[in-house]
Structure formats: structure tokens, C-alpha cells
Design a protein around this ligand. Structure first.
Ligand code: GDP
Ligand code: PGA
Ligand code: MN
Length: 615
């Protein structure tokens, strides 16, 4: 199948156009409706072919959006520098337009869906003038699934089309799965920068007005004004988390902000772990971990999103809906994350907002090498004396999962993998120990519900401010947070407790008085994973503390670890006085959630308070 224009919409070439490559009536009607609203110069169905990639990347180079990197260093790879105002997810402009405000509240922005549709329709009116309207069919999760989760993104951004090919199963195969009548998520995206006749384009078109809107009951997404990944690649956070979490709530499964990792013990036994950390708190790194503990191996299944359902055997199985990695570049290097480095070395990668070296390669803070001169992410000359960072702190690589050297062979299995442990974690300088095991499912859900983390550059806002981030999902829950936590509690009530994953809370980011990290992190996190697996296998010890079961340094395998023993003790410390200071913060958080806070969570809170006061 080749790209084809749709009849009824005149392109600059004019005249007769090929038949659209689908007879899906609802899709064709929607394409027609959006084309009439947005008035593009032409409508093209993306087929996801290599030929299309070559054509589009060449076009993006021509337009100045992409810079082709040196093929000897980074084959078939490109650098995009965004508009400096369009570098991260915009949570203040992200809306859950459920039919009632309670359906979204209190953690989401809400506007009445009818009003939002009217407002945004006016923004979309003519917004694709002078551009191509791309119809991008995609599938989240394996195409071979019994009930593949399909979507179609309409976009006027070639950067989005190319990135969607990396991040999702995109193009002809997904269109075929759509058949003539299969349901799909409608995902509409416009950068909101129409081109009038003769008007020259800019390298990164976007609009100062931005909306990232979800209509959960209609399973629909409308995004306007931004080209940035999390705002514009609508299969990712918008579909696979916000819309899918609403589907999961209705259908009894879980759509979570979690990596999926396979650990293989020295005895060759496999354990699958899912872990939820807020954006820029270590998911991609843990997903590709290179264990330092002798005899242990790790394989990667996913670095950002897990869809989990119960199998017939009563176990919880996880599938990664994505097809690529959209990783944070700064801090990634051959020692912190060699597997990410090898993945991008394979080529076929789109970099956004990293720096360009004089020999046509990329560089970012934390990467090996000490370049004298660069072009920074704003397109300016940079040298070592420069005050500004060469790469934006939220600069990204977008790279195919299939190139990851540690990819697990079962990564594309529609059945998914049975999860033995769920980890929750965040960035906390104080209070939260390196690892804590929950007493049971409900206590683990409480840990997730009270998860807290310092803000990162992955979203707008003040970096470093501590906020509650339940299950690392606060920006991604597509419905009421109280109902979401209730859903987690119910999952535990309806399952066989013996078969449920064990829940742990981790913190790689605790700091000493001088501000240094107490725990070396990265590959050394395998020592924490080993302890977790040993707990599951009933062969590791822990101390029962008021907040959960925490190991002492002696109860972990720290052989050969090159850090100050005091630091490890500090990283593992449960300081009751520090925890007492968390209580009013949790109280405040629960008051904010309001009446929908499940009673199970309230019970856990009361028990925690009692344990902390020594009763
Ligand atoms: P994600 O957005 O959750 O996938 O986070 P990433 O894995 O991309 O990591 C975000 C940032 O945290 C990067 O700068 C990493 O280098 C850093 N990071 C990841 N894991 C660790 C760790 O174990 N310790 C420390 N100190 N930093 C880490
Ligand atoms: P991440 O998400 O930071 O969790 O990798 C990508 C994004 O913020 O768009
Ligand atoms: Mn990531």
C-alpha cells in the first residue's frame, strides 16, 4: 500500500486522487469531517513504510526541522530543535473533559466537554491550511492480540508521523486490523500553525495556545498547539494512560505508568517486575539495567507504560503497549545506561533538544566526551565557558525498542508476562528509605497512593517541589483519583492474595547532609532487586518498621559495593520523627482527594499513625 490522498479534498496537485486505503466508514467520515474543519492542503494516509520514513525525514531536513546526523556515527538518525517554549508536557493545559466535573476531579483540569469541543473546534478551524493532514493508524500493544487496541492519529506534523512510527505499531498493519468497522481511539492533533499562501514555514511550528484534551467517555483525544512528545504523540500518555486508565477502570484491568523488567537469577529462574516512577525518575534506566550482582541478568520489556490484566491462572500479566523508547537524554551514558546507548547507536533515532557536535553527532550533559564546541539546543554556539546547558534537561531520544540489546524475547507476546513484584518510587532527598516492602496488597496500595516526588523538568513547574503523585499517575489518571485508588483496592479484593504481586516502595534519590546521593543507583539498583526477589522467594530477612519491612545493610547483598557503609545505613534508615512530619502532608493530600478516598486507604493511614506513635 502506498500513501494516498483522500477523494474530496483537493491537494496542490489537484484533480483526481487515489482511493483511500480503507473502507472503514467511521474512519472515513471522521477524516472527511476533520479535513473540512482544518482545511489542509492535502490528506495522506501514513503507511509506516521505510520509503515513507525516507521521504518524510528528507522533507523534514529540507524544512529545517531535522538535521541529519553523521551516518558514520548515528545512521539514519536526526536531530530536531524545538521552539524553546515547547519542551515538555503542559499539565496546566491538560484536560479531562468527562461529562461531569466529579468524573475528572479533583486532580485534573476540567471543562464541560460541549464547551471544550466548541472552543477547540474554533482553534482547529483552518488550522491545517497549507499543511498535509496525515491519517496515522496505530496499534498499542502487539498486533497479534485477540482484541488489538487501535487508534488513529490525525496530525499536521511530519515530526509526529515519523515519531509515531518509532513509538507505535504504525501504518498499514494497523489499518488492516481496523478492517471496516473495528472501534478505535480518535486522536486529533494540530500544531496550530496554518500557512497562508507563500508564507514560509518555521522549523518547529507550534502555537502559544495549547490544549491537551481527553474525552474519556468518548475515548477521544484532542491536542492543539504543541509538537512535544507527551503532548503530540497521542498513543503514549494520552491514549495508553489517560484514556486507557478509564477503559481499564470500566473493564477491570490496570493501565499504569510502569516499566516492565525481567530478572533472571543465578539459578536461571525468571521474575517479572513492574515499576512506577514519575517522569524523569528512572524508569527507562531501570528498564535497561545492567546488574552489577554476579550471576544476575536483566531483560527489558518496556520503559514507560504497562497494561495489566489477570490471566486465567489468576496471575496479573503485563503488556507494554509501546514500540519504542522516548528516553531522557541527559545523564544517559555508557556507564549509567549502556543498553540505552547501544539502542540508539543502532540508528533510526530521532533526538529532540540535545546538542550537536562539530562532527555531526549528538551530545548532552552527562554523556562521555568533553566537547570544545557545540551547537546547543537553542541553536547557538556553545563552549565550555557557556553558562547555559548544551542540551535541554528534558531533551529526548526516540528509538526503536527492537534495537535494545537486552530486549526480552517475549516482548511482543500478546499474552504478556506474569508480574511478581510492583515497585513504586519517586525522588525524595529525605525520609523515604532505599526500599520498603509492604505488609500486604492494601498496604502496598496505600504506599502507592501516598507516593511523593520532587518535580522534574519533564513537565512545566518548579523543579524540586515535593508533590504527591499516586502510583506516579497524577498527570495521567483519566478519571477521578478517588475512584482510581478504589479500583486498585478492588483489584486486591477480587484476586487470590497468593497470586498478587508483592508491592515495594523504593527511593534511589536519598541524599546526605552535603547533598550527595547516598546510594550509587543505576546498575547497583540490582542489589535492591535481588533483595526483592529473595523476599518473594522467602530467603531474605527484613526488619518490620512502622512503615513496612526494610532491610538492614547486612540483610542485603552488598559484596563488592564501593560506597561508604554509613551511606548505605543512611539510605536504609527509617526515621520515625521524619515520618511523623509526613503525616500532615498525607492528611492534606487525603483531604484534597475528598469523599471518594477509599476506606481501605483511610484504614491504612490510621494504622500507620498508630505504628509511628508506638501504640
Ligand atoms: P524516566 O523518565 O522515568 O524514564 O527516567 P529516566 O530513566 O530517563 O531517568 C531520568 C533521570 O534520572 C536521568 O537523568 C537519569 O540519569 C537519572 N537516574 C535514573 N536512575 C537513577 C538512579 O538510580 N540514581 C540516580 N542518582 N539517578 C538516576
Ligand atoms: P517520561 O514521559 O518522562 O515518563 O519518560 C515522557 C513525557 O513526559 O512526555
Ligand atoms: Mn522514560
Amino acid at each position: 500500500m502506498t500513501s494516498a490522498t483522500i477523494p474530496g479534498v483537493d491537494g496542490p496537485t489537484g484533480g483526481a486522487s487515489a482511493q483511500p486505503p480503507t473502507q472503514h466508514k467511521e474512519l472515513l467520515a471522521w477524516v472527511q469531517e476533520i479535513a473540512e474543519l482544518t482545511q489542509p492542503a492535502r490528506v495522506v494516509f501514513a503507511d509506516g513504510s521505510e520509503e515513507e520514513w525516507d521521504r518524510l525525514t528528507a522533507q523534514l531536513v529540507e524544512a529545517g526541522t531535522f538535521k541529519q546526523l553523521n551516518p558514520d556515527k548515528k545512521p539514519n538518525s536526526f536531530l530536531a530543535l524545538s521552539d524553546p517554549t515547547d519542551v515538555a508536557r503542559v499539565e496546566s493545559r491538560t484536560y479531562i473533559c468527562s461529562r461531569t466535573p466529579e468524573g475528572a476531579g479533583p486532580t485534573n483540569n476540567w471543562i464541560d466537554p460541549t464547551e471544550m469541543r466548541a472552543t477547540m473546534s474554533e482553534l482547529y478551524r483552518g488550522s491545517m491550511r497549507g499543511r498535509t493532514m496525515w491519517v496515522v493508524p496505530f496499534c498499542m500493544g502487539p498486533l497479534g492480540a485477540e482484541d488489538p487496541k487501535l487508534g488513529v492519529e490525525i496530525t499536521d506534523s511530519e515530526y509526529v508521523v515519523v515519531s509515531m512510527k518509532v513509538m507505535t505499531r504504525m501504518g498499514a498493519a494497523a489499518l488492516e486490523k481496523l478492517g471496516t468497522d473495528k472501534p478505535f481511539v480518535k486522536a486529533l492533533h494540530s500544531v496550530g500553525a496554518p500557512l497562508e499562501d507563500g508564507q514560509a514555514d518555521v522549523p518547529w511550528p507550534c502555537n502559544s495556545t495549547k490544549y491537551i484534551t481527553h474525552f474519556p467517555e468518548d475515548r477521544e483525544i484532542w491536542s492543539f498547539g504543541s509538537g512535544y512528545g507527551g503532548n503530540a504523540l497521542l498513543g503514549k500518555k494520552c491514549y495508553s494512560l489517560r484514556i486507557a486508565s478509564a477503559m481499564a477502570h470500566d473493564e477491570g484491568w490496570l493501565a499504569e505508568h510502569m516499566l516492565i523488567l525481567k530478572l533472571i537469577s543465578p539459578e536461571n529462574k525468571s521474575f517479572y517486575v513492574a515499576a512506577a516512577f514519575p517522569s524523569a525518575c528512572g524508569k527507562t534506566n531501570l528498564a535497561m539495567i545492567q546488574p552489577t550482582v554476579p550471576g544476575w541478568r536483566a531483560e527489558t520489556l518496556g520503559d514507560d507504560i504497562a497494561w495489566m490484566r489477570f490471566g486465567d491462572d489468576g496471575q496479573l500479566y503485563a503488556v507494554n503497549p509501546e514500540f519504542g523508547f522516548f528516553g531522557v537524554a541527559p545523564g544517559t551514558n555508557w556507564s549509567s545506561n549502556p543498553n540505552a546507548m547501544k539502542t540508539v547507536e543502532g540508528g533510526n533515532t530521532v533526538y529532540t533538544n540535545v546538542a550537536l557536535t562539530d562532527d555531526g553527532d549528538v551530545w548532552w550533559e552527562g554523556l562521555e566526551g568533553d566537547p570544545d564546541h557545540l551547537i546547543d539546543w537553542k541553536g547557538h554556539d556553545w563552549d565550555r565557558e557557556s553558562e547555559e546547558k548544551a542540551a535541554h534537561p528534558n531533551s529526548r531520544y526516540c528509538t526503536p525498542m527492537s534495537q535494545c540489546p537486552t530486549l526480552a524475547p517475549e516482548w511482543d507476546d500478546p499474552k504478556g508476562v506474569p508480574i511478581s513484584a510492583i515497585l513504586f518510587g519517586g525522588r525524595r532527598k529525605t525520609t523515604v528509605p532505599l526500599v520498603t516492602e509492604s505488609f500486604d496488597w492494601q498496604h502496598g496500595v496505600f504506599m502507592g497512593a501516598t507516593l511523593s516526588s520532587e518535580q522534574t523538568a519533564a513537565a512545566e513547574g518548579k523543579v524540586g517541589t515535593v508533590r504527591r503523585d499516586p502510583m506516579a499517575m497524577i498527570p495521567f489518571i483519566g478519571y477521578n483519583v478517588g475512584d482510581y485508588l478504589g479500583h486498585w483496592i478492588n483489584i486486591g479484593k477480587n484476586a487470590d492474595a497468593q497470586k498478587l504481586p508483592k508491592i515495594f516502595y523504593v527511593n534511589w534519590f536519598r541524599r546526605g547532609a552535603d547533598g550527595r546521593f547516598l546510594w550509587p543507583g543505576f546498575g547497583e539498583n540490582s542489589r535492591v532487586l535481588e533483595w526483592i526477589v529473595d523476599r518473594i522467594e522467602g530467603r531474605a530477612d527484613a526488619v518490620a518498621t512502622p512503615i513496612g519491612n526494610v532491610p538492614t545493610a547486612a540483610q542485603m547483598d552488598l559484596a563488592g559495593l564501593d560506597v561508604d557503609a554509613n551511606d548505605v545505613d543512611e539510605a536504609l534508615k527509617v526515621d520515625v520523627e521524619e515520618w511523623k512530619k509526613e503525616i500532615p502532608l498525607i492528611e492534606e493530600w487525603f483531604e484534597f482527594i475528598g469523599d471518594k478516598l477509599p476506606s481501605g486507604i483511610r484504614d491504612e493511614f490510621e494504622s500507620l499513625k498508630e505504628r509511628l506513635s508506638g501504640e
